[in-house]
Design a protein around this ligand. Structure first.
Ligand code: ZN
Length: 95
């Protein structure tokens, strides 16, 4: 999923990047694609399990990366449970 440019630009006017705590660099880049951090499950992963949608904010000098929560930051709307486009997947993968 990709975030609309207008929404991303509005968010970037709200935050103050400052210097990277690892290298003191000041060049940051934010992804316009949403990734997800999934709940850890020993021995495999559960499709459709708990996850958090995030956008990586990366220091362009050392690679230090923050994950911005796409819901808390209002970069994306909270998915509706009856939205057919996000039908839950019941498959359980075990390694
Ligand atoms: Zn850095």
């Amino acid at each position: 999923m990709k975030i609309e440019k207008d929404r991303l630009d509005a968010y970037l006017t709200k935050i103050r990047g400052g210097a990277c705590p690892l290298c003191r660099g000041t060049q940051w880049r934010i992804s316009d694609k949403v990734f997800q951090v999934m709940e850890y499950e020993p021995g495999g992963f559960i499709l459709g399990g708990a996850s958090v949608p995030v956008l990586p904010l990366t220091c362009m000098n050392c690679g230090n990366t923050y994950f911005i929560n796409a819901l808390v930051s209002n970069l994306m709307d909270t998915p509706q449970k009856n939205d057919d486009s996000i039908a839950p997947v019941k498959t359980q993968e075990k390694g």
